[in-house]
Design a protein around this ligand. Structure first.
Ligand code: BMP
Length: 215
């Protein structure tokens, strides 16, 4: 199959050279690179600009703030060259609407999470968050590969949104099950960047899922 790769590398390293090496080696097998606070707090936002030369970068800053602060975050992320931004959805409509207005790239909303504690609060509101994400014009949702039944439920509520699914590998989620449940892309961190050979691990994962290579 020569469809675009479903893999998003979660680059949760803290050292610039190492992170660039892993990104360069795996880039041919990736749809995008996701960066989170560990990388940006250690290396600065400039790392986004560097990584964006390799693959589209999604900033996983899980924005959860008032509209004005959200706008300032969106503007900084956009100026750095990020193509995507991840926000929490529980902040409600006007913060999400502000982000939608301030960020020209793809906006992804966390609707449900992959760790066990997510059940405490997200289970009650995940579907409402997924609905709201569709209403404000988000491009996608985050939903857990550790609980593929939630991937299916979120996809059923907002089928037009691209569903990115973390929790594969180190957290125990099965990538094939997540895709079968409706995930469009898989977010994979430790099982790739901690591998002895990240590029070959990425290629093997793609092969096992029936994809031949990145786009
Ligand atoms: P790993 O494959 O190493 O478990 O990394 C998963 C990545 O996805 C991390 O960057 C984490 O912050 C993120 N993530 C997650 O694991 N679960 C969620 O529900 C939402 C996330 O953004």
């Amino acid at each position: 199959m020569t469809a675009p790769s479903p893999l998003i590398l979660a680059l949760d390293l803290t050292e610039e050279q190492q992170s660039l090496e892993v990104a360069r080696a795996t880039a041919p097998y990736l749809w995008a690179i996701k960066v989170n606070y560990p990388l940006v707090l250690n290396c600065g936002l400039g790392i986004v600009t560097e990584l964006a030369k390799l693959r589209p970068v999604i900033c996983d800053f899980k924005v959860a703030d008032i509209p004005n602060t959200s706008r300032l975050i969106a503007e900084a992320v956009q100026a750095a060259g990020a193509q995507g931004l991840i926000t929490h959805g529980f902040v409600g409509r006007n913060s999400l609407e502000q982000l939608r207005q301030s960020f020209n790239g793809d906006l992804y909303v966390v609707a449900q999470m992959s760790h066990p504690g997510a059940g405490m609060f997200f289970d009650k509101q995940a579907l409402n968050i997924a609905r709201l994400a569709g209403e404000i014009g988000a491009n996608g949702l985050i939903g857990p590969a550790t609980r593929p039944e939630w991937v299916a439920k979120l996809k059923a509520v907002s089928p037009a949104l691209r569903l990115l699914s973390p929790g594969v590998g180190a957290q125990g989620g099965d990538p094939g099950a997540a895709l079968k449940a409706g995930a469009d892309k898989l977010i994979v961190g430790r099982s790739l960047y901690q591998a002895a050979d990240p590029a070959s691990s990425a290629r093997q994962l793609l092969d096992s899922l029936g994809f031949s290579r990145g786009d």
